[in-house]
Design a protein. Sequence first.
Length: 337
Amino acid sequence: MSSRRNFIQQSMLLGTLPVTQWDLDRQKKAAPIVISTWDFGKYANQAAWEVIANKGTALDAVEAGVKVTELDANNQSVGYGGLPDRDGAVTLDACIMDHEYRCGSVAALENIVHAISVARAVMEKTPHVMLVGPGALQFALENGFKTSNLLTPASEKAWKEWLKNAKYEPVKNIENQLYQPQNSKVLPGSRDNHDTIGMIALDQHHNLSGACTTSGMAFKLKGRVGDSPIIGAGLYVDNEIGAATATGVGEEVIRIVGSHLVVELMRQGLTPQKACIAAVERVVKRNPARAKDIQVGFIAINRKGEYGAFALHDGFTYSVKTAKEELVLQSDFYFKK
Ligand code: SD4
């Protein structure tokens, strides 16, 4: 494609939002690389990096990485300690995808901490992609997963507090500040919010994989499933092109099949950064009024190890680990004050 045509196509895709020098600076290259949503992703990245550094696969790395977050009781948006649905049940959504387009997913899974590992078992041991609710639990038990109570006293207390008004108002995120641990009992990077961990990685074998796991929107209706376990919405990996994952209000991500959109935009020649910008613009275009009140963020990498991120609002952070660097970055965002 001529560079002029390329330019016009990219301008059309990007709409009116200018790509700043800051955005371009973010498009650093590194391979292998692990990148995940939010500042607490830093600790998940470290576990993933151990696998990558030992010449392990991106698939093993992303599973090991997000398991750290699933186990963190102080993270009230993922795994153990997640905030429950409006009936008081912690229900988990997760999916995983590898470099051969294999994928597995669970939704509304109860009483199993490592939803991501159940999703991987669905991928590896069944002819299916997605198992939900009691079926997902039955499958987990048949495959040796142990049950435990995921509702911690802190999350139960928050739920009981919420019941007093029972208003459904997603918190965007903690605006414009990186998490600082308040006391030594809290794993740095954890916080009281509704933030999924999505992780994507490029390994030393030049293969991509991704994982996404969450307890979903706090106090959701029973049976509500967000974007996180939906291949193409919360996560997508195409080993020819790149990988993307999402966080934020899942309904808006599903509406635009967000992560698949980001990967397809990269296929058309956009950098990860520009693809994330274009996907966020799509969220705004579909529902401008709603977009003002909610948070959605994407992160992406391509096969060269270039990465990018973009969100609707200020406050979205993401974590990057390469052989040279360990970074927690503030994402650029659409709605400037
Ligand atoms: C969901 N995307 O269930 C998830 C939750 C999330 O920030 O990421 N919240 O919609």
